[in-house]
Design a protein around this ligand. Structure first.
Ligand code: 5GP
Length: 113
């Protein structure tokens, strides 16, 4: 896997508005937000997409979801937010480093586009 833009953010080669970081994950604001709150939750492990994850990734995948809940509470949007994981170009994935979009602060409709 060649370094994605998110790997460069992890490595601090390019800047981002980081909300949280530890040894396993990074949470930062999306550069092109589609809602008043739009943050990305990524593993530091370079998994390209959810369909590439393996049994050994069970812990990190669970950790990312727990972190999403923590961040939603910290941002005061725990009652209404959406998590999105685009998998593959056909599903509009554009950065091939697994990420969870956390979107909040506006009305939602269903089904999503
Ligand atoms: P995807 O379409 O792959 O599910 O989502 C990729 C997301 O990454 C998009 O919402 C896009 O705005 C965001 N993004 C792309 N490049 C950068 C960047 O350099 N910095 C930040 N903070 N977000 C980015």
């Amino acid at each position: 896997m060649t370094d994605s833009i998110f790997q460069k953010i992890i490595d601090k080669e390019i800047p981002a508005e980081i909300l949280f970081e530890d040894d396993k994950c990074l949470v930062f604001k999306d550069i092109n937000p589609i809602a008043p709150i739009h943050v990305l939750i990524i593993p530091k492990k370079p998994i390209e997409k959810i369909s590439d994850s393996k049994k050994e990734d069970t812990e990190i995948l669970g950790y990312l979801l727990l972190k999403a809940g923590d961040i939603a509470r910290e941002l005061g949007v725990e009652e209404a937010f959406r998590l999105v994981v685009n998998n593959g170009a056909g599903a509009q994935q554009t950065v091939f480093h697994l990420h969870i979009h956390l979107i909040a602060g506006r009305e939602f409709s269903w089904p999503p586009g």
